[in-house]
Design a protein around this ligand. Structure first.
Ligand code: FES
Length: 99
């Protein structure tokens, strides 16, 4: 069953953002993490030292595992940042500062 049906949600129309240039449709109110999960994407960052994949761990803004670049601002917590039409998301390597 669709989770939207379970809570009788009636979200507004979807809008489009991009992930590394790829268009993604997003329902209003979703965070970056929720939008990426809805696309089946669970990892969008690699660690500084070992390059290990990371995505959501705590989901409440505490662990900083979910860091991502949004509208050219690196190190945004994907689990907390709500999306707006036209936002540009980039996967992030290392510190996210192109070093
Ligand atoms: S998942 Fe822990 S801060 Fe986002």
């Amino acid at each position: 069953m669709n989770p939207l049906d379970l809570v009788r949600a009636e979200p507004g129309p979807a809008f489009t953002v991009s992930l590394d240039g790829r268009p993604i449709d997003v329902l209003p109110g979703r965070t970056v993490a929720a939008a990426l999960w809805a696309e089946g994407i669970t990892s969008w960052r690699s660690t500084r030292d070992a390059g290990r994949p990371r995505g959501v761990f705590c989901g409440i803004g505490v662990c900083f595992d979910c860091l991502v670049t949004v509208n050219d601002r690196p190190n945004q917590r994907a689990c907390l940042v709500p999306l707006a039409p036209g936002d540009s998301i980039r996967t992030q390597e290392g510190t996210g500062h192109d070093d």
